[in-house]
Design a protein around this ligand. Sequence first.
Ligand SMILES: [Zn+2]
Length: 284
Amino acid sequence: MKIRFWGVRGSIPSPGPDTNRYGGNTSCVAVESAAGALVIIDMGTGLMHLGNALMAGAFGKGKGKATILLSHTHWDHIQGLGFFAPVFVCGNEFTVWGPGGSPEVLEDILEGQMDPNFSPLQTLKNFSATFDVRATQCGVPFDAGGLRVTAREHPHGATTALAFRIEENGRSFVYASDVGQPTESGPTPEAIAFFKNADVLLHDTTYHPEDQATRRNRGFSSYEDAAAAAAAAKVKRLVTFHYDQDYTDDDVDAVIASCRKALDARGGKAIELVPAREGDTLEI
Ligand SMILES: [Zn+2]
């Protein structure tokens, strides 16, 4: 599996000189299987740049096929969709898996952002590509271009978000962003079981603990929560992700340095820490 980061920021795009090193686009990660299948996780503004890159290949000719996994439908995870060039090319095929409990509910939510009050696109039906919306059933694995995917729901503020465990040839990549920690007790045993022994755990490290303490109701993790989860689950690599929109690159450097210390303090010295940065690639 090859993993590439196209957007690593929460909760609103934050481009500018202070965020150039890690990037200001919101959540979007691409996974390419060993056989070349494409799985896109989340449709934040990073999706626009991924789409522009894809247009140089099969997607520009209407011969592209991809699966999109959607963790939840907050703006920073869906806002790239209307600017994703491959959906305007006839012949391309997308299968979208996400929350909502039924395809009709999820499609209706995605239609909402196409409303003429928010977008000139008016409706998803204006896409030229096929856009097949499906709802995940938690714990029931499904196939995404030959990759095995399992979803798990976790709290996220007043709502929930999905984490995805993606497996191929004995390798595993877990995407767990916007992970709410309603209490100070940290990751639950169920979450740790879902992350267990992953080759790569991508976990949101939205906050320093002191910022999380005053914003716990927003439903994000601190680097302490991510380090605790990674150490308890004995993962091989932890990817930091979904940096707060108000954090500069220097602030993110501090998050990462503190995350390293938190891992070491929890018996996770062997865990490699990988900071997600726009444009970076990770292979497992
Ligand atoms: Zn988010």
